[in-house]
Design a protein around this ligand. Structure first.
Ligand code: OSB
Ligand code: MG
Length: 370
């Protein structure tokens, strides 16, 4: 697989509805789209870095800079026998996993299209459909939270995750349990607590939650281990897991019982597969996280979710919860039973609507082999 050209596009799309986490409310999503050209085919990757450095240190502008100055020179004009060779080729670059992943994932799409097979097959996926859950942000009122959950359950989603933060936690969960009974329910704190809050968080134990996601600092493992020892509720790590090695240490220390995999956070599909396999070997279930992706990143997520140890419903939901219209047509839809079929066409297997991409594009850069 020779890479002849890499295109960068800064895209901005309005969200159908605002999304609020413990670090703030957003109304739109800016992201970098990567297109790789090789041997007459194209592959697409979506960088999940946000406009701000609140979920992670990376931003749209750092990802653009790193891809343009450091990743493209190591990829464009190069040849790869397999897309799993892309991540090692970027080994000199510390961190910047989201920038790396955007390019690496485009290479997987390109390779799968060249082979004429769905990406899931190349990744080693075994499912033909995935179980879908929803991530529901912090709302203006608890009444609104209840309304949102009722809408998503009626749509068939298999699991509900609500965002929590100090002041929007125990009472929200208590109300959701009172209204909706024993639905599959979990919470995500996005690092809003400290170890000294352990007593407060232990009050969640009586609600039989599937897990509490990333309660403590974005870069912490040790305090999570101490917290897990004090909680019945399983801890799931998101922000803290950037490498397979950190995941191995977190599992060994008992810092989590579940791991959320986002390919952007770990450097792409190849690292996600390694992380998935490590967790499987330790009996740690994984699920696929979401980063408010457009249909392009979402399609990648669906293919990756088809691997066997993605045994819990992911934050991979229908396009219409995020963007109307999406950049792809038809959009990703969820069936009444809460599943999403894995696309069966070559590569990511979705049709990108060029005019919609053009309309949403704020900046373009094309990098060709010399
Ligand atoms: O922590 O999982 C998270 C969105 C942006 C940044 C971080 C997170 C999220 C979500 C939304 O929870 C998941 C989605 O619906 O895409
Ligand atoms: Mg999370």
């Amino acid at each position: 697989m020779r890479i002849d050209r890499l295109d960068l596009r800064l895209v901005r799309l309005p969200l159908v509805r605002f999304f609020e986490t413990s670090f703030g409310r957003v109304h739109d999503r800016a992201f970098v789209l990567v297109t790789l050209h090789g041997d007459g085919e194209v592959g697409y990757g979506e960088c999940v870095a946000d406009a701000n450095p609140y979920y992670s240190a990376e931003t749209t502008e750092t990802s653009w800079h790193i891809i343009e100055q450091f990743i493209a020179p190591r990829v464009v004009g190069g040849s790869f026998a397999h897309p799993r060779e892309v991540y090692p080729a970027l080994g000199a670059i510390r961190g910047h996993n989201m920038a790396k992943a955007a390019v690496e994932m485009a290479a997987w799409d390109l390779y799968a299209r060249q082979q004429g097979v769905p990406l899931a097959k190349i990744l080693g996926g075994t499912r033909t459909e995935i179980a879908s859950g929803v991530s529901i942000g912090i709302q203006d009122s608890l009444d609104e939270l209840v309304d949102r959950i009722a809408i998503e359950l009626a749509a068939g989603y298999r699991r509900v995750k609500i965002k929590i933060k100090p002041g929007w936690d125990i009472s929200a969960v208590d109300l959701v349990r009172a209204r909706f009974g024993s639905i599959p329910l979990m919470v995500d704190a996005n690092a809003a607590y400290q170890l000294s809050d352990a007593g407060h968080l232990a009050a969640l134990d009586r609600f039989d939650l599937m897990m509490i996601e990333q309660p403590l600092d974005y870069d912490d493992v040790v305090d999570h281990a101490a917290l897990q020892a004090r909680l019945k509720t399983p801890i799931c790590l998101d922000e803290s897991i950037h490498t397979v090695k950190t995941a191995a240490q977190a599992i060994a220390q008992g810092a989590c019982r579940i791991i959320n995999i986002k390919p952007g956070r770990v450097g792409g599909h190849a690292q996600s597969i390694r992380l998935h396999d490590l967790c499987a070997a330790h009996g740690v279930p994984v699920w696929h996280g979401g980063m408010l992706e457009s249909g392009i990143g979402r399609a990648h997520n669906i293919h990756l979710s088809s691997l066997a140890n993605f045994s819990l419903p992911g934050d991979v939901a229908a396009s219409k919860r995020y963007y109307l219209p999406d950049l792809i047509d038809p959009p990703i839809e969820v069936r009444p039973d809460g599943t999403i079929p894995v696309p069966s066409g070559p590569g990511i297997g979705v049709s990108i609507v060029r005019e919609r991409v053009e309309r949403a594009t704020e900046r373009v850069l094309s990098l060709s082999a010399a």
